[in-house]
Design a protein around this ligand. Structure first.
Ligand code: HEC
Length: 114
């Protein structure tokens, strides 16, 4: 009985701690997967990392997009397949988890570009 109460107590302490950790930032996996997605699908035209210029001169580097701070606004656009009204920009339909990963990666760019 004593043991069970201790377990419940530990649970009561740990639970809020883990949810705080979850809010503090995206899991490292998401960021890494997002980076892979970007490199695979987007780096042909966009600079996807923290430096360098875009291979396609009209495509904004991802760190520029990230620095604008409206990363979450891209969620819908990504879900529908981005159409930015430019013939060079192909349509992509991301899976929901890929969108999360990609946005986590963009946010990580914004966070490290200060
Ligand atoms: C074939 C070249 C090409 C590829 C590949 C490409 N883009 Fe683009 N992208 C462009 C160009 C060119 C623009 C600028 C369009 C404009 O401003 O009219 C653009 C613009 C954008 C914008 C809008 C930026 C803004 O100014 O708001 C976003 C977001 C974007 N791309 C995301 C992506 C993502 C995510 C991928 C990979 C899944 C990707 N792009 C792959 C060429 C490309």
């Amino acid at each position: 009985m004593q043991c069970l109460r201790t377990l419940i107590l530990i649970g009561a302490i740990m639970l809020p701690l883990t949810s705080v950790a979850a809010y503090a930032g995206a899991p490292a996996d998401d960021v890494a997967n997002g980076r892979r997605l970007a490199e695979k699908n987007c780096s042909r035209c966009h600079a996807v990392g923290l430096n360098g210029s875009s291979p396609h001169r009209e495509a904004p580097p991802f760190r520029t997009i990230a620095a604008r701070g409206h990363v979450d606004d891209l969620q819908e656009a990504l879900a529908e397949g981005i159409v930015v009204g430019h013939p060079d920009m192909p349509e992509f339909a991301f899976q929901p988890e890929e969108i999360d990963e990609f946005l986590s990666y963009l946010k990580s760019l914004a966070a490290s570009d200060k």
